[in-house]
Design a protein around this ligand. Structure first.
Ligand code: CTP
Length: 410
């Protein structure tokens, strides 16, 4: 439920604006107060009357409106919200945000706000892939702007690819998971301040010889997003990560490692911690004898048998009872079949408190992709979460961690 949320929804001029009408309806159904600002271009796609009727409030679109300024200055408008949501966020509005332009009410409000911002990009696939848009998105992400979508799919312009605005229910989930101004502004004083968190992320690389290794497809996106979300709520976070192509999340202590054994050592060194979240895709096996020199083929050799040996289980180790056991230990279960059965079994076997179960079958695009569909398994049962962006999964998990640790139990 979103009863205490005050959302300022900025509607820019894209064909996806029609989906924003459904988003407003869903937000209001859940009790959020929604106030809309629209750009001039947005009027070409939806009418102020529809936005006003659905939001139950007047719609703001004029920077120089004497009436609006007398009733509520644009600075007040931007500060009155606990989250600004830009949906659809067109290439144009993202560019203006990235460069700090304030040439209409929407961008002025975005520049003047002290609330966090969530954007739902929507544009043609080539515009999304353009280096200018990529650079603008990187700048915005660096500044802490949260992003939901875009999705892949057929586009109104007849092309196919990433650029479709996320579906209203995914945007709704991202809003629900976002801590808003209370969480973001709290920073070090946030709900997890004083809490020490340990997160593992990424794949591990297990050397076969000096030039070859065993690895997997994990991108580290989910683990990194979790570390960032915990830090935003004020936790002191150590992120132990295998080799990934991601920037270090802001405000997080990062320990890069390569193998499972190095990851375990780094995790032990990071204890004590109040919460540990193991999102890394740790290789279960490593070469029994890693060759000191590059393995050479013998003349006529047609096969090679590699002996493997078990790697330590980091999640199970951290879950072992003892004075150093974190109060809350969370693991992931990446499965390609019989998701629930395997995940429940994993929770029992590894001794952790929660399991985030995700289907990583090839058709899901979870490995390396931006979205995730998970179930949270706790001692109370199974909670299915709707499909959402990995950052939204991270925010929601961080919020659950905060609620649980403040309640005193796992
Ligand atoms: N994990 C770990 N150390 C390992 C293997 C897994 O910490 N050596 C953690 C992962 O970070 C994840 C959880 O255990 O949180 C489950 O990982 P997963 O790969 O799904 O399970 P496995 O342990 O490999 O079990 P199985 O072979 O049955 O799938």
């Amino acid at each position: 439920m979103l009863e205490d949320r005050r959302i300022l929804l900025i509607v820019a001029g894209g064909i996806a604006a029609y989906k924003t009408l459904d988003l407003i309806r869903r937000l209001r159904e859940r009790g959020a107060r929604v106030r809309c600002v629209m750009t001039a271009a947005a009027r070409q796609f939806v009418t102020p009357l529809s936005l006003s009727a659905l939001s139950g409030d007047k719609v703001y679109d004029d920077l120089f409106s004497l009436t609006d300024e007398a009733e509520m200055g644009h600075i007040q408008l931007s500060r009155d919200a606990d989250l600004l949501v830009v949906a659809p966020a067109t290439a144009n509005v993202l560019a203006r945000m990235a460069h700090g332009l304030a040439d209409d009410l929407a961008t002025t409000v975005l520049l003047a706000t002290d609330a966090p911002v969530l954007v739902a990009p929507a544009m043609n696939v080539r515009m999304w892939d353009h280096p200018a848009t990529r650079a603008n998105m990187a700048l915005l992400r660096d500044r802490g702007v949260a992003v939901v979508g875009p999705d892949d799919g057929d586009m109104a312009c007849g092309e196919y690819g990433p650029g479709r605005m996320a579906e209203p229910r995914a945007i709704l989930a991202a809003i629900a998971a976002h801590p808003g101004k209370a969480g973001a502004a709290a920073g070090p004083g946030g709900p997890l301040s004083g809490v020490r968190a340990l997160v593992t992320s990424g794949p591990t690389h297990e050397a076969i010889d000096p030039v070859r290794y065993i690895a997997n497809h994990s991108s580290g996106k989910q683990g990194h997003a979790i570390a960032a979300a915990l830090a935003r709520l004020g936790a002191a976070v150590t992120l132990v990560t295998g080799p990934v192509r991601l920037d270090d999340p802001a405000g997080v202590g990062v320990v890069p490692v390569d193998s499972a054994r190095a990851m375990l050592d780094a995790c032990r060194a990071a204890l004590p911690a109040d919460v540990a979240i193991c999102a890394a895709a740790v290789a279960d096996w490593r070469a029994a004898d890693s060759a000191p020199q590059k393995l050479k083929k013998a003349p006529g050799q047609e096969t090679l048998t590699l002996a493997l040996t078990r790697n330590p289980d980091i999640l199970a180790t951290l879950s072992e009872p003892g004075p150093d056991r974190p109060r809350l230990v969370v693991g992931f279960a990446a499965e390609t079949e019989r998701l629930m059965e395997h995940a429940r079994d994993k929770r029992a076997r590894k001794g952790c408190d929660w399991i985030v179960a995700n289907d990583v079958g090839a058709a899901t695009g979870t490995f390396g992709g931006d979205r995730n569909t998970v179930h949270l398994i706790t001692e109370d049962g199974v909670e299915p979460w709707p499909p959402m962006d990995k950052t939204a999964v991270a925010e929601r998990l961080a919020a659950r961690v905060a609620a649980t640790l403040s309640g005193g139990t796992a």
